[in-house]
Design a protein around this ligand. Structure first.
Ligand SMILES: Cc1cc2nc3c(=O)[nH]c(=O)nc-3n(C[C@H](O)[C@H](O)[C@H](O)COP(=O)(O)O)c2cc1C
Length: 183
């Protein structure tokens, strides 16, 4: 079994999404001690913006295709995902590899993988809340992974900019949730 661990927060050791994604990986490895771990830090090793030439290098796509489980730390920046993470998605959404168009519409080709996303958001975006229309992180990632045939799982820490107390409570709750993911 291969676990691919992706992080994209710019906040280093203070990052909530990094703490949660690390906890998810730790839980998975505890029940699969023989699992091979591949880590990709999109901040310390950023991928350049997509160009046509970039399609000639399939190393990022191959790394994704080789993974059985993918754990992604995804902070919300300006209501959506970090550009570093978008650059990674630009390399794994490849027609003929992870999806294809058929007479019946698009078809995902990357099914069978488990994708777990650690979300960290400064505010609250629950359905019906005033800010819900600005939620373009979880909705976008769900749509993208569904498009390539994967139903992603999410662990969310929300309201992290509200107060230090709210941040601590939300991160603690999310870390607690990571335990059930490995069950
Ligand atoms: C540049 C920047 C932009 C942000 N934009 C938003 C935003 O649009 N909505 C929101 O709810 N929180 C926003 N936040 C708050 C982050 O989502 C929050 O700090 C979260 O903890 C980030 O994840 P991290 O701790 O893993 O870096 C922003 C934070 C930064 C640094």
């Amino acid at each position: 079994m291969t676990i691919l661990h992706i992080d994209s927060s710019i906040s280093g050791e203070n990052s909530a999404s990094r703490a949660i994604s690390r906890s998810i990986v730790d839980q998975l490895r505890a029940v699969n001690p023989a699992a091979l771990l591949v880590s990709r830090d999109l901040v310390s090793q950023p991928l350049p913006h997509l160009t046509l030439d970039a399609f000639a290098d399939s190393s990022v796509l191959d790394e994704f295709l080789a993974a059985d489980t993918v754990v992604i730390g995804a902070p919300m920046y300006n209501f959506t995902l970090p550009t570093q993470l978008k650059a990674w998605l630009d390399r794994i959404l490849v027609a003929g590899k992870t999806f294809r168009y058929t007479a019946n519409g698009p078809e995902g080709l990357a099914g069978g993988k488990r994708v777990i996303v650690a979300l960290a958001r400064g505010g609250f975006y629950d359905a019906g809340s005033p800010a819900s229309a600005l939620e373009h992180l979880e909705t976008y990632l769900r749509g993208v992974f569904n498009f390539i045939g994967i139903e992603p799982e999410f662990v969310a820490a929300d309201g992290l900019s509200i107060s230090p107390e709210q941040r601590e409570a939300s991160v603690r709750q999310a870390l607690g949730e990571t335990v059930r993911l490995a069950a």
